[in-house]
Design a protein around this ligand. Structure first.
Ligand code: ADP
Length: 716
């Protein structure tokens, strides 16, 4: 079975011209008959990894998934592109189940989605043995491991059943969130050798992370939604009460929002989910009950109202933003008291001591994320064992680095804190340590004779808040470890790194930061894109399908960038396969044609004679061809090892040479007039003075685009 054939299927069914690197390795490994484990971030493209082999292997592929609502979505999506698939779960009657099993035995389907409980049942085991199964895919494979954040015993016992099947199917397991311990556990249980474990870069280049400390959360959300009109997003709260409160607040303020939590009736939850999927409401306020079954690709922001219980949950929930690869934001609103509830729940839980300590450790790592000063995206992927060194350049920490900041030598203060922890024999929590350093007269402190320590009162000159913030940062940087005692109390302890500081072998520097004035904005409104969205909406209503199942936002954006006006160029758009072209092509092409005519743009088919693989091709054209293929500016910069600004300049140059660059895509419509006004007042020879005169959300790219567009108009 050749990879070339796999690639042909990828193009004809899914409309994708090539596999992503991780996908290629996983598909190849499965086709070579190996049990395989793929770890890929959300939005990385896990489904393709088993859907393509399923089309190539004989018989049927079983896909085990814990997410019932996702099953229906996935099956609908596959049927949309002409792949015969079905699912069996508790939402069906026994007659429907019987019929689907019979149809599977008769060879009607290439993929059958099942919940793990089914495989585990004795009754189903007999049926399972009769099916011609060559590949079993375990989606959300971290549920197998008891070290994971979502362990399901039925997942673990099901594995034995699969391995006992007479036909010995290939097992493909996939997950987005596996710490090194979870990875090892899955591999061991499924008998996967190291050669067949593939971990994609876990970084999600299109996500901008930020932590907002001690803001008024409701006001923050209100102003965020106001400055991002038309964008869809999720606001996660940890309690039903907060969900209700924020939902009411938003509705009162006139936003289109729905609430979702497990306390609502099935009917209300289904309605909220559908309204969100069909783009009928823009914001959903939800507990973590929402999302496991959501495949919506154009979620532009995920805001966490409270601290999640660990980084696995956080990355999974935040990762629901930007599945379509477009720029999206993940914002965590942090206030120190947020930790109390999850900590209390762990302390009171019935978990065995080891697991309790592990859960506590994970919560602590989550808290550390809020205090670290290093790149937030790097902090997350490091947690999952990905050690490659990078800075995303756009999280709230990286942006701080670009701003004015003061570096402070905090070695002496750190030594005071560490020595106090040491003198307190590492038997107290940070709050008590801070009280000792401040020289508090609290009764308990005196009772425990902590006032007799030499470190008592040595940081009197600082406020409690300041010392606590510094200590929390020291924990985030790995100098202090907060662990759970056998009596379930949190204790501050010292790591080897802190000992080096105490011995004078290491210095500690801390960055004093100014508060970021505003978050980066990702809103770029494009006229044609909006028109294409309307076409999609009409089709979605006609066909009773969520809009993203017609075409994803990224596909519509590529159309608005490349302006395809015939079948050939339309089929080149990422996400357009043959089936979808036949069904929807005309409706979209018609709108694009009208737009091209009205704006006198140059459609893409007129440019397609330009060679794409010419060694002597000018650099800016190479960039342009990659841009035409749908790659983002960041991706092109990475592949070509060039600076982002160079790539932007290439694109502008192409635009000025008459290539089809849709300027509107770079220029926020609402600011174009203002940018022109400033250019007229200050001239266009220097960008910085212009940038300084414009609102923060206007980036350099927008200014350069307006300059280029104006030059083009005046030269024509
Ligand atoms: P995951 O399950 O890993 O979260 P999905 O399988 O839902 O990811 O895919 C995420 C997005 O990436 C989808 O929009 C999908 O259409 C797109 N995608 C997947 N593979 C490719 C590819 N080879 N080329 C372009 N887009 C792809």
């Amino acid at each position: 079975m050749s990879l070339k054939h796999a690639e042909d299927l990828l193009q004809s069914h899914f409309g994708f011209s090539s596999f992503r690197l991780g996908q290629r390795q996983i598909v190849e490994s499965i086709l070579n008959g190996h049990h395989t484990l793929g770890i890929m971030p959300t939005g990385g493209g896990k489904s393709i990894c088993y859907q393509i082999p399923a089309l190539m292997l004989p018989g049927v592929t079983i896909v085990i998934s814990p997410l019932i609502s996702l099953m229906k979505d996935q099956v609908d999506g596959l049927q949309q592109i002409g792949i015969p698939a079905t699912f069996i779960n508790s939402s069906l009657t026994s007659q429907e189940i019987h019929q689907r099993i019979q149809e599977t035995v008769d060879g009607k389907y290439k993929l059958l989605y099942l919940a793990p409980e089914r495989i585990d049942s004795e009754h189903f085991q007999g049926i399972f043995e009769r099916l011609p199964v060559y590949l079993v895919t375990i989606d959300e494979a971290h549920c197998i491991s008891q070290w994971g954040h979502d362990f399901r015993p039925s997942y673990r016992s099901m594995v034995q059943k699969i391995r006992q099947l007479p036909r010995k199917p290939i097992i493909a397991s996939l997950t987005a969130t596996a710490t090194p311990a979870v990875k090892e556990d899955i591999a061991h249980l499924l008998g996967i050798s190291d050669h067949h474990i593939f971990t994609s870069k876990l970084q999600r280049a299109n996500l901008s992370f930020s932590v907002q400390h001690e803001v008024d959360k409701a006001t923050f959300i209100e102003s965020y939604l106001r400055s991002h009109p038309g964008q869809t997003g999720i606001i996660y709260c940890s309690t039903r009460k907060d969900v209700e409160k924020i939902h009411e607040f938003l509705v009162h303020k006139g936003f289109s929002a729905a609430a979702y939590h497990a306390g609502l009736s099935d009917q209300d939850r289904i309605r909220a989910q559908e309204q969100f999927s069909y783009d009928q409401i823009q914001t959903i306020v939800a507990t973590n009950a929402f999302g496991m079954g959501i495949d919506k690709s154009n979620v532009r922001f995920v805001i966490h109202f409270n601290l999640p219980k660990n980084l696995e949950s956080y990355y999974q929930e935040a990762g629901r933003a930007g599945r379509d690869g477009d720029e999206s934001e993940c914002i965590l609103l942090y206030s120190p008291e947020d930790i109390q509830t999850p900590r209390f729940l762990i302390q009171q839980s019935e978990l065995p001591p080891d697991l309790k300590k592990l859960e506590f450790h994970k919560l602590q790592e989550m808290k550390n994320y809020c205090y670290t000063q290093q790149c937030l995206q790097k902090t997350i992927v490091q947690y999952f064992g990905d050690d490659h060194d990078f800075s995303c350049g756009k999280c709230s920490n990286c942006l701080q680095l670009d701003q004015e900041r003061t570096e402070i030598d905090a070695t002496v203060d750190a030594q005071k804190i560490f020595s106090c922890i040491k003198r307190m024999k590492e038997r107290f929590g940070l709050t008590t340590v801070v009280k000792v350093l401040r020289g508090s007269n609290s009764k308990r402190l005196l009772q425990w004779k902590l006032d007799q320590l030499s470190t008592y009162g040595i940081m009197k000159d600082k406020s409690e808040k300041e010392i606590l913030a510094l200590s929390q940062w020291l924990a985030a940087e790995g100098y202090i470890a907060i662990v759970l005692s056998d009596q379930s109390r949190p204790l501050a302890t010292l790591t080897a790194k802190a000992v080096e500081v105490l011995k004078g072998e290491r210095r500690v520097t801390y960055q004093q930061r100014s508060v970021l004035e505003s978050l980066p904005t990702t809103s770029k409104i494009n006229e044609l894109f909006e028109e294409l969205r309307l076409v999609r909406r009409t089709l979605s209503e006609q066909e009773q399908l969520p809009p993203y199942m017609i075409f994803q936002d990224s596909t519509l954006k590529e159309m608005s960038r490349k302006l395809p006006v015939d079948s050939h160029s339309f089929l080149q758009i990422t996400g357009v396969g043959e089936k979808k072209y036949q069904k929807y092509g005309d409706a979209f092409i018609q709108v694009i044609r009208t737009y091209v005519e009205n704006h006198q743009l140059q459609p893409v088919h007129e440019l397609s004679t330009t060679p794409t693989t010419n060694d002597k091709e000018p650099s800016h054209l190479t960039t342009f061809h990659m841009y035409e293929e749908g790659k983002s500016i960041e991706e092109i910069a990475e592949v070509r090892s060039l600076h982002r600004a160079t790539i932007e300049d290439h694109l502008f140059r192409c635009g000025m040479e008459g290539f089809a660059i849709n300027w509107d895509l770079f220029i926020p419509k609402e600011y174009e007039a203002l940018i022109i006004q400033k250019i007229e007042a200050l001239g266009a020879h220097k960008l910085r003075p212009l940038k300084e005169e414009l609102p923060d959300e206007v980036d350099y790219m927008a200014i350069k685009a307006v300059i280029a567009k104006r030059e083009l108009v005046t030269s024509n």
